[in-house]
Design a protein around this ligand. Structure first.
Ligand code: MF3
Ligand code: CO
Ligand code: CO
Length: 267
């Protein structure tokens, strides 16, 4: 069962799962270099999650049923024009100038931590670097708004405004989500919208914000593998994701990495 407001015990479990997910991204960074395959990144993350963290990679075999193909790997690796849900493969070898989103979700003691970040392989183009930066800025601008009384439309609007001010577009086909003992639960967290609309945030809610921003139009399509979402125009896409808790005064970033500075937040 999914539940909107988490208990103190749930929150402690979410802190642990969130930290583990962040630590996987910290671990994998040095391995994201030209010549490495996304299949190798997957197996390194899988072994770390299972062997070191004694946790479970949530994507592995996720989302089957109803005729759908379950996700076959332990992380998502989305390269260049792949928007999200890229399937790692030994034949997908990273080359200089590629950009890649690595999306990690771990389950520890029944709780989920879900987070992703962008990496540049070698040296990226000016456009790629700008798209990645603007997407992270959009996530951070939304995080700065989170507190009780803020509404989901305020979050979506902040992201959309920053993306479009930079002549990029916001993907509509995928959204953030409530998270806890259930991977994807209510509410849906859209990355576009109108201020003052949508659900009002309450202390104890845990959800993800995970904007996907495109260099071209926002349209996407899913490849015949049933998972890989790509931009229709084959232009670049970037994404950053955190799992967060709404606190009485602001937000706690459950998947914060050491490299991040969150002094701009309300609390
Ligand atoms: N981690 C993704 C998210 O942010 C979901 C991946 S589901 C998978 O919600 F099956 F593709 F792994
Ligand atoms: Co997510
Ligand atoms: Co994710």
């Amino acid at each position: 069962m999914s539940q909107l407001i988490k208990t103190a015990e749930d929150i402690e479990g979410m802190r642990i799962a969130g930290r583990l997910a962040a630590e996987v991204l910290e671990m994998i960074g040095p391995h994201v270099v030209p010549g490495t395959s996304t299949g190798r990144l997957d197996s390194l993350c899988h072994d770390y999650i299972v062997g070191v963290q004694q946790a479970t990679p949530a994507p592995l075999n996720y989302g089957g049923g109803g005729g759908r193909i379950p996700f076959p790997k332990s992380i998502c690796t989305s390269v260049n024009h792949v928007v999200c849900h890229g399937i790692p493969s030994d034949s997908k070898v990273l080359k200089d100038g590629d950009i890649i989103n690595i999306d990690v979700t771990v389950i520890k003691n029944g709780y989920h931590g879900d987070t992703s970040k962008m990496f540049v392989v070698g040296k990226g183009s000016i456009l790629a670097e700008r798209l990645i930066r603007v997407t992270q800025e959009a996530l951070y601008k939304s995080l700065a708004l989170v507190r009780p009384g803020c509404r989901l439309g305020d979050i979506g609007h902040a992201i959309q405004k920053h993306a479009e001010a930079n002549r990029f577009s916001v993907v509509r086909d995928f959204c953030g989500h409530g998270i806890g003992k259930v991977f994807h639960e209510e509410p849906q967290v859209l990355h576009y919208g109108q201020p003052g609309t949508g659900m009002e945030l309450m202390a104890g809610m845990t959800f993800t914000i995970e904007p996907m921003i495109n260099a071209g139009t926002f349209h996407t399509k899913v490849l015949p593998d049933g998972w890989t979402a790509v931009t229709k125009d084959h232009k670049l896409s970037a994404q950053w994701e955190h799992t967060i808790l709404v606190t009485p005064t602001g937000t706690e970033i459950l998947t914060a990495r050491k490299e991040e500075d969150f002094r701009f937040l309300a609390t």
